[in-house]
Design a protein around this ligand. Structure first.
Ligand SMILES: [Zn+2]
Length: 277
């Protein structure tokens, strides 16, 4: 169950392997050092930044520094801005979890405009964004584009923001060696070759039994990016169990609705709600 206690144990296990840990930005600056086995932990903060703060404090107690990818809407609330600053004060990084193609229905010009404005808003709040990560939005109906990844896959758009690294799109090009991408998407760990993260081929994900399997991979000398969702951690295991059950039911209902014309229309209109579950 994804509890804070379990995450604390996981941090302890990672530290005991002696592997080198990097934030995404630090990895980009020290790319030569990544020839040795490495781990990058990154979090997609979809909601509840206070939970991200709890996770960041746990990591800090082990001397672990990670990267938190946050949505731009967090900046609307000064309380959230203060939380993100506290996370940075612990030595972590904050990056931009963008979904500008979805929010502009695939219109690249409008997406570029929103992306620029958002970078300025981050900057105005004291966050210099150096790395970014695309958001998934599994329920979004898309026409003429396949995912938010298409934004940074566009070479012309990349040129406009050439001082920014996308952890899925451009980082695999900077780092030549192979490494794994491990995700907790869907409340269960799975993995694939990180070079394939440019596509949305979720079918390529291979299931992992538990976090112990990840530790075993680290002990075997595998390098990896571990991607987690901080809002899916809970204080008590039973709350996590209830939440996972609700998530599975919601997923079944959404999938059934999505097969109907009106259901698809309604779900597409409220696609952004899915990120909070
Ligand atoms: Zn996301």
């Amino acid at each position: 169950m994804p509890t804070y206690k379990e995450y604390r144990e996981f941090c302890q296990q990672i530290c005991s392997t002696g592997v080198s840990l990097y934030t995404v930005e630090k990895a980009c600056k020290n790319i030569g050092d990544l020839n040795k086995p490495f781990i990058i932990i990154k979090h997609d903060v979809e909601s509840k930044p206070e939970k991200a703060l709890k996770i960041s404090k746990i990591e800090h107690s082990f001397g672990i520094k990670t990267t938190y990818y946050v949505h731009s809407f967090f900046l609307h609330n000064p309380k959230n801005v203060a939380i993100l600053k506290e996370i940075i004060s612990l030595g972590h990084e904050v990056g931009y979890h963008y979904d500008v193609l979805d929010s502009n229905d695939g219109d690249k010009n409008n997406a570029i405009q929103e992306f620029k404005e958002t970078l300025s808003r981050f900057s105005d709040n004291g966050f210099a964004i150096k790395t970014i990560c695309p958001h998934g939005n599994p329920l979004k109906k898309r026409v003429d584009y396949s995912s938010n990844k298409d934004f940074f896959l566009d070479t012309e758009i990349r040129k406009l923001f050439n001082n920014i690294v996308d952890v899925y799109i451009t980082f695999p090009d900077i780092l030549e060696k192979d490494y794994l991408y491990i995700t907790d998407a869907g409340y269960a760990y799975s993995y694939r070759d990180a070079k394939s993260t440019k596509t949305d081929a979720t079918e390529e994900l291979l299931p992992l039994g538990s976090k112990d399997d990840i530790i075993k991979m680290i002990q075997d000398g595998q390098s990896m990016i571990i991607s987690t969702h901080s809002h899916r951690y809970f204080r008590f295991g039973y709350i996590a169990w209830v939440r996972i059950s609700l998530y599975k039911i919601a997923k079944l209902v959404a999938n059934a609705l999505y097969k109907t014309r009106w259901g698809k229309y309604i779900i597409n209109k409220f696609y952004f709600i899915a990120k909070k579950i």
